[in-house]
Design a protein around this ligand. Structure first.
Ligand SMILES: N[C@@H](CCC(=O)N[C@@H](CS)C(=O)NCC(=O)O)C(=O)O
Length: 236
């Protein structure tokens, strides 16, 4: 799937001074934040399925959130959230599955039961993976940078019908890529650790995923990502 020449103009983020959109008027809206890796998962899914015209992006300024966002859209006050069929659907992993099942476009979840079972295992590992990397970045005792990436390298060896986690590109790749996009340059620049050394499957995965327009159109500025991780490490 290619976005071709589609060049999306991202609307400005809504903040505490902004009025809400015309909620539940039938418009499908993805409430997002451009630097949020969870929201990026949903943005990639929407792009890959060719839903750029159908699902409108509504960026929210997370540092100066509009009060109506919590009151009327998502009581958890987080992005991402999707407005669809008079409902709000939160939580990125639920949302990427929801969009895949409820909208047109190339399927991102295979039918093969073996692949589905592995997909569930990898999707449920994402939080563990992120937490493990953050613990190692903070230098917690008993942690090392390599272990979570070794897990992914082994996972990437499971199917040989393509370079992605389930062979072909899927929701699993989408769930991980925003985080790898952040961890890879951070580990390289700040910790002098290259996640691709000794991990040939990871090398191929990074190369191939960077050919997917639906993803590359969502990539963030590298320096902003490095600053974001630095901020998170000192906060957590
Ligand atoms: N588990 C949620 C996490 C979403 C999340 O933490 N989003 C962050 C931005 S990256 C957020 O909205 N934070 C605002 C807050 O926690 O108040 C998901 O997967 O969608």
């Amino acid at each position: 799937m290619a976005l071709g020449n589609f060049h999306e103009v991202i609307p400005p983020a809504l903040d505490s001074t902004s009025d809400p959109p015309a909620l539940f008027d039938g418009t499908k809206r993805l409430y997002t934040a451009l630097l949020c890796p969870f929201a990026q998962r949903v943005w990639i899914t929407r792009n890959y399925k060719g839903l750029q015209e159908e699902i409108k992006l509504v960026p929210i300024d997370l540092k100066n959130r509009p009060a109506w966002y919590k009151e009327k859209v998502n009581p958890a006050n987080k992005v991402p959230a999707l407005e669809h069929n008079s409902q709000i659907i939160p939580e990125s992993l639920d949302l990427i599955k929801y969009i895949d099942s409820n909208f047109e476009g190339p399927a991102l979840y295979p039918d093969d039961p073996k692949k589905r079972e592995f997909a569930e295992e990898l999707l449920s590992y994402t939080d563990t993976f992120n937490a493990a990397v953050f613990r190692s970045l903070r230098g917690d005792a008993g942690t090392d940078f390599g272990a979570p990436f070794d897990y992914l390298e082994t996972a990437l060896s499971m199917f040989d019908d393509g370079p992605f986690f389930l062979g072909q590109f899927s929701l699993v790749d989408i769930a991980y890529v925003p985080f790898i996009e952040r961890f890879q340059p951070f580990l390289l620049e700040v910790k002098n650790y290259d996640i691709t050394v000794g991990r040939p499957k990871m090398v191929a995965w990074v190369e191939e995923i960077n050919k997917i327009d639906g993803y590359t159109h969502t990539k963030c500025d590298r320096q902003q990502l490095l600053d974001q991780i630095k901020e998170k490490i000192s906060l957590v």
